[in-house]
Write a protein that binds this ligand. Structure first.
Ligand SMILES: [Zn+2]
Length: 410
């Protein structure tokens, strides 16, 4: 039998229920047992010791649903204040990556440092995308859930065959995904998704990040098309696939049959109102990366429309190659600046529950719900907070200096 502890604080933020003033969490055996007003829980559990978290809010830990740890050594925003379009950024990234080998000790050290910083800032789960096995290595060290997705891309017959053969050899526990509609042959996207579907794995894929992805898919033209042709990444005979609705990235993926509740469309900036309906109907997830989008100047995702359709997006920092700082707190702040009309409670839900749901971890993290893990946070309140709306405002907007502690674990 485990012992129970009551964690009491001036504010409790369950996320799936209204904020509780002067509340408590009963925790034991690594699980949340109960959440409610402090007075009620003291009566209910009179023998449980009380731990007071004075001048703090207890909240779920954060989820960073999209990061590329293996790019942590490529600090492009530190070298260049801005890039001249999306393809200029890809060219810079490919050039810098070519100078480092994947087993370079510096690459691993930079990735590990960022992973530790993420946990130090209150992140319990990471959706990590990589083209090497570095994420798999780091997932064994992370004191939470680091989901290491090995990503594939390419359009050639040879690439498709090589990946297919590899998928047959790999153990079921490995997570695989496709990069993006513009970079990955439709058959390769389908075979990767069909494996993920069979195994019940999440399937994150970059979708509608640059505006020119739509031009490429629908007309076989535009900035991205010219860039990929110039680099030899597209077949001579590339034509928009026939028999597929390619009037937008989401419709294209829907036509390929790869959208369902486990697919996570990362970025989702250039999506039409009709495509948002497709996302809502299929139950596909959305992950927003506002900090990266700001640096790359690729646009702003229609976040309010996602919410209107009942879609709660996840948040991701993307990598240091496209974002000057990797902080989920900062992503919330940027989202708040971009969308002042969105309720701060929704933004905080994105950084917690939205991320946990995108990664299939909502039964452990993302909300203060009985049965979930005790990896919750104590967020120090630097000022006296008088209402729930002001608390949310503080959490998503006034948090430049927020340094939470892991309150629920000893
Ligand atoms: Zn990414």
């Amino acid at each position: 039998m485990y012992s129970l502890t009551l964690h009491r604080a001036p504010w409790i933020v369950p996320v799936t229920a209204p904020v509780i003033a002067d509340g408590a969490i009963a925790a034991g055996g690594g699980k949340i047992i109960d959440v409610g007003p402090a007075g009620e829980l003291r009566k209910k559990y009179p023998d449980a010791p009380v731990r007071d978290h004075e001048e703090c809010a207890l909240t779920p830990s954060l989820v960073n649903a999209h990061i590329h740890l293996e790019l942590s050594h490529l600090h492009i925003p530190h070298c260049r204040e801005s890039v001249n379009g999306f393809t200029d950024w890809i060219a810079t990234l490919l050039d810098l990556r070519g100078r480092h080998s994947a087993d370079d000790a510096g690459v691993e050290a930079a990735a590990r440092r960022i992973m530790q910083q993420q946990h130090g800032s209150g992140v319990i789960a990471l959706g990590d995308i990589g083209n090497t096995d570095l994420g798999l290595l780091l997932s064994r060290e992370f004191p939470g859930a680091l989901l290491p997705f090995r990503e594939f891309l390419g359009r050639s017959v040879q690439t498709r065959r090589t990946v297919r053969e590899r998928l047959e050899r790999e153990p079921d526990g490995r997570l695989f995904t496709a990069h993006a509609p513009y970079s990955t042959h439709p058959e390769l996207i389908q075979s990767l998704k069909s494996r993920a579907r069979r195994l019940g794995h999440p399937f994150p894929i970059h979708v509608a990040e640059p505006p020119s992805e739509g031009d490429l898919l629908s007309r076989g033209s535009g900035e991205l098309y010219a860039f990929l042709r110039g680099r030899g990444f597209l077949d001579e005979a590339y034509r928009p696939p026939s028999g597929i609705d390619n009037s937008g990235s989401v419709r294209y993926l829907h036509s390929l049959g790869v959208l369902d509740r486990r697919t996570v469309c990362v970025h989702c900036i250039h999506v039409s109102p009709g495509e948002i309906e497709v996302l809502a109907e299929t139950g596909a997830g959305v992950c927003l990366c506002p900090g990266s989008n700001r640096y790359l100047q690729v646009g702003t995702a229609p976040t309010d429309r996602f919410l209107q359709h009942g879609i709660l997006p996840a948040l991701g920092t993307d990598s240091l190659a496209s974002n000057p700082e990797l902080s989920v707190w900062r992503e919330m702040r940027i989202l708040r600046e971009n969308h002042p009309g969105i309720d701060p409670a929704d933004i905080f839900a994105m950084a917690t529950l939205g991320g946990a749901s995108a990664l299939g971890l909502e039964n452990s993290f993302g909300s203060l719900t009985p049965g979930n893990s005790t990896h919750f946070l104590a967020v120090p309140l630097k000022e006296r907070i008088r209402s729930a709306p002001l608390l949310y405002e503080y959490l998503v907007g006034g948090n430049e200096q927020i340094q939470p502690t892991w309150a629920g674990i000893q």
